[in-house]
Every structure is written in C-alpha cells, then in structure tokens.
Design a protein around this ligand. Structure first.
Ligand code: HEM
Length: 505
C-alpha cells in the first residue's frame, strides 16, 4: 500500500517536472530565434531521436533535412551544426573570437585538468599564453629546419626495417605498425631528444597503450548521456574512474620517464652541453620564468601526444591505403619524383614544395579521409547571432568540415580519390584554409598550428615509401579495405591494412 502511494507521488512529481520543463522551454524559445532542428522533448531533447553517434555522416544526413545550420538539443546541451562554407567562415573567421572557445565535458575535464592545456581550453588569456609558449618549440619554420634531418632519418630507418622483413614482399605486413613507431620517434625527438629503438621497446609499448586508451575513452560515444543529462551522471562513475586512472598513469609516465629525465640530464651535464634545445627545454624555460606551472607542462606534453601523433599517423595510413588501391596514382607520384629529383635520389624536406602531384595526393587524402572531420568542437561563451539565429551561450558548435570537402554541389565525384582535382583549379586550393570548402586543419584563431609539421612529414613519408617499394594489396585481394570508424571528432581507418611492399631495385 505504502509503496503504491510512493509510486503515485513519484509519478505526479515527474509529471510536474515534465510540464514545467515544457513550459519553461516554450517561454525561453519564444524569446530566442533558435536555428531549426528536430522537435525537442522535455529533459531528453533530441537525444532519443538522433542517438549518441553524432558522426560526420549522420550530421550530414541531418543537414540535408534541417539545413546548413541546425540545432540539436541533447538533454541540457545545445549543439549547433554548420555545414556550409559561408557559416564556417562566420564561425571560424568573422566571429572567430565569439566562437573561439571549446566546450568542456566530464571526460575531457579529467584528461585536461579542466582546461589547463591548450587544445581544449576556452578562448582567453590562458589559451593565448599556452599557444605562444608552444609556438617557438613546435610551430615555426626554424623548428622544421632543425628537425628535418631527424624526420628523414626516422623515415629511412622505417624503410630499411620494412625491407628487412622478408614477408613484406610476399604475403605483406601491416606497415602502419612501423609507421607508428616512426611517428612517435619523430615527435619524441622533437619533444625530448629521445627515440625508441624498436616496436618492442617496453616504454614505447606502455606509452602507446596508454595513449590508445586515452583516445578510446575520450572519443567514445558511450559517456554522452551523462554529459547531456547531468542527473544521470552517477551512472558514469565507473567510466570516469577508469578515465582518472588512465590520466594519472599517463601523466606520471610523461613526468617520470621524460620530463624529469631531461631535467636531470640538464642539471648533471649542464644545459649548454646538451646541444640545440629540444621542445621541453623551451617549455621548462617558461616554467622557470613562472609563466606556466608544472601541470601546464604536463598538459602540453599530453596535447602533443594526442593532437600530433595520431592525427598525422591516421592521415598517413589513409594515404598509403589509397596509393595501394590506385596503382596509376602510385606510378604518377613515382614519375614526378624521378623527373623532378632524378632517379634514385631520395626525397628530402625542401623537395616537398616542388612536387605538386605528391602534394595533391596529400591534400586529396586529407579531403576524403579527414582525420578530424568536425574540427575540435568550438563554443560561444556568450549568447551570439549566427545567420540571423540566436545561439544560446555555451553551445557546442560543430563545423562539418568533412561535408564541406565532400559535398557534390562543389566537388566533382567527391567519393572518389582523384588528386588531379587539386591541380585543375585556377585558384589553387591549399590545406591552410584559403578556401572554406577545404578545412582539414580548420582556419583562424583555433586552427591547427601543427600544419607546418604535418604536411611535410606526410609528403616525405608517402614519397619515400613510393620511391622504395612497389606497394600493393595482399595476394588474393584487389584492394585494401578503406572503411572508416568515427569517434566524437576523430576519423580513422577501421582495419589496419596488410600491404605488400616489394623493394624496388
Ligand atoms: C594530419 C595531421 C593533423 C590534422 C588533420 C590536424 C587537424 C587539426 C584540427 C582540425 C584542429 C582543430 C581546428 C579547429 O578547431 O578549428 C587541430 C587543432 C590542433 N592541432 Fe592539429 N592536426 C594535425 C596535426 C597536428 C600536429 C602535428 C600538431 C602538433 C605538433 C597539432 C597540434 C594541434 C593543436 C595544438 C591544436 C589546437 C589548437 C587550438 O585549439 O588553438 N596538430 N588540428
């Protein structure tokens, strides 16, 4: 009896909450002119209708239904999706300050110490300082010139290792595994003047596993419900506990094995005898000057581990898969290399600018398989206007950059891999955002500063692979699988391809 009264009371309370929520949301939406979108239920909003998997393709389907700007109410969160070059320009350029912040969520709060990093912090003083401090050690042409020989060395070593694997030229191997070690070595030489000897190096294995786990946890759609509907957050306790553990282990690893080691080396040998400064030396200088704290140093290392290594590796893997699947394109790259550099002359960093076809292959890879197809979510701290609509404060703004680069309205046969498209246009489309239909690195204040490293590293790696090997699918297959797997804002290949790499004599 008592139980049924309680149940009744509970249902009445729920009814009152629902009716009030409808009333309040009606009142609010009367005042604001919100972008179009599906009908929103109280409490849940559009969540039950659109689901968790808000990947670039699903958002493209919704754009076809609701337009170039639409609003999804995901529980308490407002999500605005823009899908035209004009709106992308407005968000990233014209109103770049208004929309230049980043959203936070329960999981990213753990991995970034509530925005103590640079990638996921709001637009403001802290971001400006972090971006300035990271620019000198990572994002200048001087850095490219300092490290290009290290990059070329790492790529040569990867090529040699593949040549030394007899099965590479018969049944094929997952070249990506060796390229992953190469990318870690490229970035760890720049960061700490350190490298890992082999794919079995225990420290490399530990680092790779923890970074992989961090990406999986952060990119999963599994935790969205706790973010959308805060009263459900207690159900995320187990998930968040794992996030915290992974975060602690990762940061300790960065600190104990890399940052402290470098500090020790500098104090025993004297920093002047260490040769040219690596990135962490510059960052520790900023720490000594009191510009940033110990945690900020750790989060800079964390950011580079996710933002630099994986994105570039995914793009390399897609590029390799497309080259394998298109022998004619492979032949054209080789021909250009032979003609411009001379037969047998290995490509080096300065050559990358005089190889338009190879550059077109890199751009086409980034167009068709955009590593971050929705960019890193933007956010407006204050209420704003976009296309005549009111955008509530703290909305998550997604720019569907993948759709901008794959919309048949302005791309001919967008689903096909055709590097030539980048050679045909009169006004050359670059990857730096000179055209709002192609934004693989974003554009404007929050655009990717790593473009200065990523483009030459991609061209060098793919160029060297094509120079040194005939690349083909494994026996019995006419193509390698290029199916994709999307995350919150990442896109990678579903299956790592087995590739046959026959050394060219
Ligand atoms: C092919 C490789 C890469 C791709 C496709 C890529 C793409 C992107 C994109 C789309 C953004 C977000 C732009 C926005 O929100 O408007 C971004 C941000 C960022 N990327 Fe990259 N990136 C790559 C490589 C790198 C590398 C090599 C580094 C560092 C060495 C790097 C560091 C960063 C940082 C620090 C940010 C945050 C910028 C900010 O919030 O102010 N990225 N990247």
């Amino acid at each position: 009896m008592l139980e049924s009264i309680n149940l009744e009371k509970g249902l009445i309370a729920l009814f009152v909450v629902v009716v009030s929520a409808i009333f309040v949301s009606k009142l609010k939406s009367k005042k604001l002119k919100l972008p179009p979108g599906p009908f929103a239920l109280p409490i849940f909003g559009d969540w039950l209708q659109v689901g968790d998997d808000l990947n670039h393709r699903n958002l493209t389907d919704l754009a076809k239904k609701y337009g170039e700007i639409f609003l999804l109410k995901m529980g308490q969160r407002n999500l605005v999706v823009v899908s035209s070059p004009e709106y992308a320009k407005e968000v990233l350029h014209t109103q770049g300050v208004e929309f230049g912040s980043r959203t936070r969520n329960v999981v990213f709060d753990i991995f970034t110490g509530k925005g103590q990093d640079m990638v996921f912090t709001v637009y403001g003083e802290h971001w400006r300082k972090m971006r300035r401090i990271m620019t000198v050690p990572f994002f200048t042409n001087k850095v490219v010139q300092q490290y290009r020989f290290a990059w070329e060395d790492e790529i040569s070593r990867a090529v040699e290792d593949v040549k030394n694997r007899p099965e590479a030229s018969t049944t094929g191997i997952v070249i990506r595994r060796r390229l992953q070690l190469m990318m870690y070595n490229i970035m760890y030489r720049m960061m700490f003047d350190r490298r890992f000897e082999s794919e079995e190096d225990p420290l490399f294995l530990k680092l790779k596993a923890l970074n992989g786990e961090r990406s999986r946890l952060a990119q999963s759609f599994e935790y969205n419900y706790g973010d959308f509907i805060p009263i459900l957050r207690p159900f995320l306790r187990g998930y968040l506990k794992i996030c915290k553990e992974v975060k602690e282990m990762r940061l300790s690893l960065f600190k104990d094995y890399f940052i402290n080691e470098r500090k020790k080396l500098a104090s025993t040998k004297g920093s002047s005898s260490l040769g040219e400064k690596c990135a962490i030396d510059h960052i520790l200088d900023a720490l000594d000057k009191g510009e940033i704290n110990e945690d900020n140093v750790l989060y800079i290392v964390e950011n580079i581990n996710v933002a630099a290594i994986e994105t570039t590796l995914w793009s390399m893997e897609w590029g390799l898969a497309e080259i394998v699947n298109h022998p004619d394109i492979q032949q054209k790259i080789r021909k250009e290399l032979d003609t411009v550099l001379g037969p047998g002359v290995e490509i080096t960093e300065p050559d990358t600018t005089r190889l338009p076809y190879l550059q077109a292959v890199v751009k086409e890879t980034l167009r068709l398989h955009m590593a971050i197809p929705l960019l890193v979510p933007h956010m407006n701290l204050n209420q704003a206007k976009l296309g005549g609509y009111d955008i509530p404060a703290e909305s998550k703004i997604l720019v569907n950059a993948w759709w901008l680069a794959n919309n048949p309205e302005w791309w001919n046969k967008p689903e096909e891999f055709i590097p030539e498209r980048f050679l045909e246009d009169e006004q050359k489309i670059e990857a730096n955002g000179n055209d709002f239909r192609f934004l693989p690195f974003g554009v404007g204040r929050r655009s990717c500063p790593g473009i200065i490293l990523a483009l030459p590293i991609l061209a060098l790696s793919l160029g060297r692979l094509v120079q040194n090997f005939d690349l083909s699918p494994p026996p019995g297959h006419s193509k390698v699988d290029v199916s994709e797997k999307g995350g919150q804002f990442s896109l990678h290949i579903l299956n790592h391809s087995v590739v046959v790499a026959k050394p060219r004599v």
